[in-house]
Design a protein. Structure first.
Length: 255
């Protein structure tokens, strides 16, 4: 994830003196439309990238964290405060890339972030912990989403940044209100689906080894068993069992 923009959102900026290295030859853009009808024959959407070949810019990288946009993101209807957690394990922030330099891994400086949801999101916060112990200072204290259904923070200098150490866990928590909704809502990329994710912008100190530089996505999602336990229902394996029984009958009683 290089850039992201939401409806009514502002520009996607980096702090002064920092930039994203364009190492790839191509960029792919995905646009999700809302409320299109047959009267629209063509669109001219796009984005403007400000490119600078100034090599003295300090490089930043981006990491996508939160809940994976899929049908396994379940939000029950008529709930005043439904909570979605997205978890990035410290195993990923420490050991994602195989270190061939024999150097000690360094922490990165979080220079900014954007948290995104859809219309049901109310509040979000990002906590950091190490080996189960939560730090006193969160990356993001509980904050309400703005009119663009996002929360954006940008540090203007390294002294204002947040240090994320190798092995730290990142926990993004989104609160949703579904009061008045009759049916459950699911996660996904369609406009009627819900989201809970954040894009972190981070910088590795000069001449340091930072495992997170090569980590681009650290999303989570529950297993079928965890969903069944949380929502208090039993998984139905009848179909699989039925076909296995039919297969055994056919094998034992060939025509």
């Amino acid at each position: 994830m290089a850039f992201i923009w939401s409806k009514n959102g502002g520009n996607d900026d980096f702090p002064n003196g920092f930039g994203l290295p364009l190492d790839n030859s191509f960029l792919m853009m995905m646009v999700i439309y809302e409320g299109l009808n047959d009267s629209i024959n063509q669109v001219q959407d796009g984005l403007i990238l400000n490119y600078n070949d100034e090599l003295r810019l300090k490089p930043v990288h981006r990491l996508l964290v939160g809940h994976q946009a899929s049908g396994k993101h379940v939000i029950l209807s008529n709930q005043r405060d439904w909570i979605t957690d997205g978890y990035c394990s410290g195993h990923c922030t420490l050991d994602y890339n195989i270190d061939t330099t024999n150097e000690n891994p360094s922490s990165v400086q979080i220079m900014g972030f954007e948290v995104h949801t859809r219309s049901l999101g109310t509040v979000a916060h990002i906590d950091v912990q190490y080996e189960g112990t939560k730090y006193d200072t969160p990356l993001l204290a509980p904050t309400s989403f703005d009119s663009s259904n996002s929360i954006k923070r940008v540090s203007q200098s390294l002294t204002e940044s947040y240090s994320l150490h190798p092995g730290d866990d990142l926990i993004l928590r989104c609160h949703h209100s579904t009061l008045g909704k009759v049916l459950p809502i699911f996660g996904g990329v369609a406009t009627q689906d819900e989201l809970c994710f954040a894009v972190l912008t981070h910088h590795c100190p000069d001449r340091q080894y930072c495992p997170m530089n090569t980590l681009t996505s650290c999303m989570s999602r529950p297993t079928d068993e965890n969903i069944a336990k949380a929502l208090q229902f039993s998984l139905n394996y009848y179909e699989t069992t039925y076909y296995e029984e039919v297969s055994n009958i056919l094998e034992n009683n060939p025509k």
